[in-house]
Design a protein around this ligand. Structure first.
Ligand SMILES: [Zn+2]
Length: 390
């Protein structure tokens, strides 16, 4: 059986081993070694990646007590040099020990039991059996976890017989395993776990809860720690630097600057609306002058629906009985009428728009519809104009 180096020393990233079997199955090589540091996927921890004899390992899994390495190519020799991706291992290890600590703190402070966990290179999560936690409680949890990290509590790993489990107050135990691997955080908790762990809580590095989400009536915490937290910090700093550059601001002035921009944008919007109103006055005069009856039908190419709404309103105010205005900018149409004309705009849209792949609705006096493209918009526009006798 394979000697599992990841059980005894989480920092073995390179070693020599003998290939004990190599079986070709479904287009891939299933390789076993006499000793391996490749952690197989399990217990919420993803597998290690790396190489065996220079050939890339694409997956590692457990089959009974055996560790199976999956490769696209077969290692050429029987004695091989093996390597795992050290950063990937460190991040998973820190996240795993960080998860044990965080789960223990949630239980101790708020009786919030961990229901499930997920570890990845990006972040880690714990789902707790409580419906919610306040911002204050989350901060207390984070502070307590970081206090225990600074404390440098030893993390011990040892094996016990299943019958002795009661002494360690174990909550969850893997089925059908006689010898249990115990991960102890000194003075905090015992946990039956096969994953890789750091030797002291200080090696977890700083821990940060990023966000929470509601799942199945429970709360799920997303967190990062150690190397991943540092990566994330660098990414965030680069983002801030970019943002500050674009806004010509710094940490002290950025919020002020954004507030000022929002104000300016609001003022500009108000000025634009006033100017558009004046323009719509002139435009509607021109439309009415060029229109024979009391019906207006036009397709615009550069107007928004909000602008069409203003134009429609003015046309009806100035005596038009009905208006059909479309915009190919948004592939939408607006149909409206004043009190003199007895048509139901909402019904017309509801009844006929689907024939042109459109959808919409509204009231008897005003309705609108959306179409998938300008061809359908134009077809519907011609149909409605004809239908109303334009
Ligand atoms: Zn674990």
């Amino acid at each position: 059986m394979t000697e599992k180096l990841f059980y005894t020393d989480p920092k073995v990233f390179e070693w020599d081993a003998g290939v004990t079997s190599a079986v070709f199955r479904d287009g891939l090589w299933h390789v076993t070694l006499d000793r391996t540091a490749f952690y197989p996927e399990g217990g919420g921890q993803p597998c290690d990646m790396g190489s065996i004899g220079g050939k890339e390992v694409i997956h590692v899994m457990k089959e009974g007590e055996e560790v199976i390495h999956i490769l696209k190519e077969k290692p050429e020799r029987e004695r091989v040099h093996c390597q795992i991706d050290g950063i990937r291992r460190i991040i998973h290890t820190q996240h795993h020990s960080g998860q044990h600590l965080l789960s223990a703190v949630c239980l101790k402070l708020y009786r919030a039991k961990t229901l499930s966990i997920h570890l990845s290179m990006h972040s880690a999560t714990v789902e707790l059996d409580v419906p919610s936690l306040s911002e204050e409680q989350l901060e207390t949890i984070e502070d307590e976890a970081n206090r225990l990290i600074h404390d440098g509590r030893k993390i011990n790993i040892f094996f016990i017989n299943r019958k002795d489990a009661g002494r360690y107050g174990l909550d969850k135990m893997p089925d059908g395993i006689e010898r249990l691997r115990i991960v102890e955080i000194e003075g905090v908790e015992y946990n039956a776990c096969a994953g890789t762990h750091v030797r002291s809580t200080s090696e977890i590095g700083p821990l940060k809860i990023l966000k929470t989400e509601r799942v199945r009536g429970h709360i799920r915490l997303h967190f990062i720690c150690g190397v991943r937290l540092f990566q994330d910090y660098k990414e965030k700093l680069a983002l801030l630097k970019d943002l500050f550059g674009k806004l010509a601001a710094d940490q002290e002035t950025v919020l002020q600057k954004i507030e000022k921009m929002k104000m300016e944008l609001k003022e500009t919007g108000q000025k634009y609306n006033a100017l558009f109103d004046e323009y719509a006055e002139l435009l509607t005069d021109r439309i009415i002058a060029g229109q024979k009856g009391h019906l207006a039908a036009i397709i615009f190419h550069d107007k928004t629906m909000k602008e069409l709404s203003v134009i429609t309103h003015k046309l009806l105010q100035k005596g038009m009985k009905a208006a059909v205005l479309g915009t190919s900018l948004e592939n939408k149409i607006i149909l409206s009428r004043n009190g003199e004309l007895d048509i139901d705009c909402g019904s017309i849209i509801k009844q006929y728009a689907p024939d042109f792949s459109g959808k919409g609705g509204g009231t008897p006096s005003k309705a609108q519809a959306q179409f998938p493209d300008s061809d359908k918009l134009n077809e519907f526009f011609r149909f409605v104009a004809g239908h109303l006798g334009f």
